[in-house]
Design a protein around this ligand. Structure first.
Ligand code: ADP
Length: 564
């Protein structure tokens, strides 16, 4: 084990010559090198005792637990390690502490430790040090390097019992990273608290809104219930899947049932079995498409009697157009249906009764018009012609009435055969030209197209189109009759350039007895022609329709499959 002396030479530089000074400097230089070597030796565990010479003679310093491993460990550890004597002078420092203070190690040793303690931590440091000589203690202080840069540190004090007396060992843990993390944590924490407060505020607002909405909902539910219970119709609401989740009071009064009996799909048992298939088909179709549900069917009353109802249900949609639920109403139309039936019955009987005298009247007029035994005055001939026209018109009306009642009774029957469309058009146009001299008929029918049908009934449809075209275009007197063929389908159309129809009117003109309100003054009629035509074309499995714009004329057409 090596033993090293440190000589401390006291010299008075003012009284020395240059050579002496140079000599002194060299000696000092030598001593410094020697001292550095010594420090390295101690640091690396090669020395475990030192003798220091000063004015009071030689002093031996030994490290009690001298052990190389221990010293190397101290040297390498991440904390600053310093030992102080009673005066607070640094006896030993590891490299880490010197690095923390941004000073060369050799400058640190021998300095008063308080040099590194800034004003702000002075009191706390003194307390810790004073306390540290008596017992182990620790506390946080700031250390300042030579540039005044502050480092937060945890200072742990413990006494070291050396041979030459007690010294104080300080372990300094750099808290910068920890403090930064702590600070960051605090910032995050503050942000979290802020966000939490914001969330709580939002939550409170939300709760308020929910409370308000619930109140509103309750009020509107009450309103809805009050309203629906006080209308004469039965009403319900059903979910997008079709299940009924609400009925108004009228429903229970009428059916005599309780909610559980008809909720969901239970209402099917209250519908007349004959009406159920068609009703279900329409209901399912509406659920699938979102189109308004409309159907006429019979509901069973509490006393077992069935009454006809007109039911309608409309979907209620959210902002995205998704159906939330459906609102339905059922109006009792039993009395109207009976009235209609009585009217139909009357029309049937009356037209039938009218037909016989009308036929004989027509026969007699024909007889009179062909009478040639004696000369008939021309004026009488004119009267007879006028009577014949009037009787023909009357016969057409009576026939239409009869047709309507036959349609109602499901008895509009006729035989089918091959029909040459161009011939059909030619026959109809001949009588049209005969009746309406002042109109120009443009025949654009293609020759050779054949279809399966009843020529007489199809002529009735075509004549209805032509009669209407004439009736509703009194200024522009051109009428086009055209056939077109595509994909095995023939379309026969009649185009006029008259008053035309609006979209709403188009929706209704094929209904029985429907006449456009503001056109009634233009021409006489009973609103039966298109209704009968529709029935005829439907019986032919064809399609009837119209394309029109108000004020720009109309094109009425029917389509049938081409034969062969
Ligand atoms: P009407 O005997 O009243 O003519 P229709 O059933 O033949 O009965 O026609 C129904 C209604 O359709 C008519 O009252 C009329 O308002 C309208 N209409 C029919 N054809 C035409 C047309 N070519 N132009 C304009 N409106 C028409």
């Amino acid at each position: 084990m090596a033993l090293v002396y440190i000589l401390i030479i006291r010299m008075n530089p003012a009284k020395l010559t240059y050579e002496e000074l140079l000599q002194g400097f060299r000696e000092l230089r030598f001593q410094l090198d020697e001292a550095n070597d010594t420090i390295d030796a101690i640091r690396n565990g090669q020395v475990d005792a030192i003798i220091v010479k000063d004015e009071s003679g030689h002093q031996l310093y030994t490290l009690k637990t001298a052990d190389q491993t221990y010293r190397v460990f101290i040297e390498k550890m991440n904390e600053g390690a310093v030992t102080l004597n009673r005066e607070g002078t640094v006896l030993y420092s590891n490299s880490r502490f010197a690095a923390m203070m941004h000073m060369p190690l050799e400058k640190v040793i021998g300095l008063k430790f308080e040099t590194f303690v800034p004003e702000i931590s002075a009191n706390k440091f003194n307390d810790l040090i004073n306390n540290g000589w008596n017992e182990d203690c620790k506390g946080e202080i700031l250390l300042a390097d030579k540039n005044g840069h502050l480092t937060p540190c945890l200072l742990s004090c413990t006494t070291l019992d050396l041979d030459e007396g007690l010294s104080l060992s300080l372990i300094l843990t750099d808290l910068t990273t920890q403090k930064e993390a702590e600070w960051e944590l605090k910032v995050k924490n503050d942000q979290l608290i802020e966000a939490q407060a914001e969330t709580e505020k939002l939550n409170d607002e939300l709760e308020d809104t929910v409370r308000e909405r619930t109140k509103d909902l309750l009020i509107s539910r009450e309103h809805f219930k009050l309203l629906s219970d006080n209308i004469p119709q039965m009403s319900w609401t059903n979910l997008p899947g079709g299940e009924v989740d609400f009925y108004n009071q009228q429903w229970y009064n009428y059916t005599g049932l309780r909610f559980g009996d008809t909720a969901g799909w239970g209402w099917q048992h209250v519908i007349h079995p004959d009406d159920l298939p068609v009703t279900m088909e329409k209901y399912i179709h509406s659920l699938k498409t979102g189109n308004i549900f409309e159907a006429e069917y019979r509901y069973r009353r509490w006393d077992g009697n069935y009454r006809w109802h007109l039911s309608r249900a409309v979907p209620l949609k959210d902002d995205q157009g998704k159906i939330i639920f459906w609102v339905g109403t059922a109006t009792d139309i039993e009395d109207q249906r009976q009235e209609m039936e009585r009217k139909d019955e009357f029309i049937g009987v009356a037209s039938h009764e009218l037909k016989t005298p009308l036929t004989s009247l027509k026969g007699y007029i024909q007889l009179i018009s062909t009478y040639n035994k004696e000369p008939v005055p021309p004026i009488v001939k004119q009267y007879i012609e006028k009577a014949a026209v009037a009787v023909n018109k009357l016969q057409r009306l009576v026939n239409d009435l009869l047709d309507v009642s036959k349609i109602q009774a499901g008895r509009l029957e006729y035989a089918m055969s091959e029909v040459n469309v161009a011939e059909l058009v030619a026959v109809s146009l001949e009588s049209a030209r005969h009746m309406y001299h002042e109109y120009e008929f443009d025949n654009q029918a293609t020759i050779g197209v054949k279809i399966m049908g009843n020529a007489e009934r199809l002529e009735q449809v075509l004549m209805n189109f032509i009669n209407n075209a004439v009736k509703y275009s009194q200024v522009n007197k051109k009428i086009i009759i055209k056939t077109e063929a595509h994909d095995g389908i023939m379309r026969l159309s009649v185009t006029d350039f008259g008053i035309g129809l609006s979209a709403e009117q188009i929706e209704r003109i094929f209904e029985r007895f429907y006449r456009v309100e503001d056109q009634k003054f233009m021409a006489s009629g009973l609103g039966m022609g298109l209704y009968i035509s529709t029935e005829i074309i439907n019986n032919h499995d064809g399609k009837i329709g119209v394309e029109s714009e108000l004020g720009k004329g109309a094109t009425f057409y029917f389509e049938l499959p081409i034969a062969g």
